[in-house]
Design a protein around this ligand. Structure first.
Ligand SMILES: Nc1ncnc2c1ncn2[C@@H]1O[C@H](COP(=O)(O)OP(=O)(O)OP(=O)(O)O)[C@@H](O)[C@H]1O
Length: 303
């Protein structure tokens, strides 16, 4: 499938602080990609770079095969975005906000469709100064979606939304993706995007630490083994020497990568003459898997 967005070797520093380190990823046409990472990981910075809002220090960005940079915005004509907070004018109604953004073609139909889909009908003619946080957030999202763009970039779109609004938004995003729109959506809560995203990028300290389909992540991230031996220090050394990655923890903990992982672990310990005293299978939920991935020590490079 064709890639609508391509991000290659993206580097960015603010002053002498490097916040993005050679970030690479692609978003295929009609795919919903989740960009997930802890506070300060660099999610908004990536999105601003993709939208040509900030200068970058290196790398190559294209949307629909056209280059994007702070001086090259042509490709952005078919992009909708909500970054950080929606820009709201208190004395305009919700409808007047949408009129500022909606293209002339199919304007009324597009506006009615998004207002209904996001459950905004009852207050769309009220002035925005009366809107709650969630109502403003929905208006910002509606502005990004109203023209059915080819690519939509949403930074923490679920912020302030109630459960019904989250469901309405999820359903509408899926419908748009089925019709060919691509989405890059950030969150620091992986479980929020579990039901929505096709692919997931996990960002930590400005680097992509995991890139896979959401299905693969859910399936593979689920199981770990905690192993107790007569000599845990030697066991850890032997497992790492065999190329098996340990979860950072006091005990010996190994994430199941495939059906052979446990065999490899046990075989390695037997070969090293280390007595195994206990093996416990641990089931993780997605949130715990995410925390394991991002709780890696900060490297010098990140400073
Ligand atoms: N304009 C700026 N000037 C200096 N530093 C900045 C600027 N914008 C972002 N940063 C820094 O870049 C790093 C990445 O910030 P960014 O906003 O991209 O993170 P994020 O992953 O979106 O975080 P959050 O989940 O909290 O929104 C942070 O350390 C932040 O302090």
């Amino acid at each position: 499938m064709a890639n609508l967005l391509s991000v290659q070797q993206l580097d960015k520093s603010f002053g002498n602080r490097r916040v993005l380190h050679g970030v690479n990823f692609e978003v295929a046409a009609g795919h919903i990609v989740a960009l997930v990472g802890p506070n300060g990981a660099g999610k908004s910075t990536i999105m601003k770079a993709v939208l040509g809002l900030i200068p970058t220090d290196g790398g190559h960005l294209t949307i629909d095969s056209q280059p994007v940079s702070i001086t090259s915005h042509q490709a952005l004509a078919h992009v909708g975005a909500l970054i950080e907070y929606p820009g709201i004018y208190p004395f305009l109604t919700g409808k007047q906000h949408l009129e500022l953004f909606a293209d002339k073609e199919n304007r009324d139909t597009n506006m009615t469709q998004i207002v209904e889909a996001l459950g905004m009908t009852s207050y769309i003619d009220h002035k925005a100064k009366q809107y709650s946080l969630g109502m403003k957030q929905k208006l910002g999202i509606a502005q990004a979606l109203v023209n059915h763009p080819k690519l939509v970039i949403l930074d923490e779109p679920m912020n302030g939304l109630d459960p019904q609004a989250v469901k309405d938004l999820r359903d509408y995003i899926r419908k748009m993706a089925d019709q060919g729109t691509s989405f890059l959506i950030s969150s620091h809560i992986l479980s929020e995007l579990e039901k929505l995203a096709d692919d997931v990028l996990i960002l930590n300290h400005g680097k992509i630490v995991q890139q896979s389909s959401m299905g693969e992540l859910v399936a593979s991230g689920g199981t770990s083994y905690v192993i107790t031996t007569a000599d845990d220090a030697s066991a850890k050394t032997a497992l790492m020497a065999a190329g098996l990655q340990l979860v950072p923890a006091e005990k010996i903990m190994i994430r199941q990568q495939n059906e052979k992982t446990l065999n490899q672990v046990l075989q390695t310990l037997v070969n090293a003459n280390i007595e195994i005293t206990d093996v416990v299978k641990v089931q993780h939920d997605l949130e715990e898997s995410f925390l394991d991935m991002v709780n890696t020590p900060t490297t010098k490079e990140d400073k």
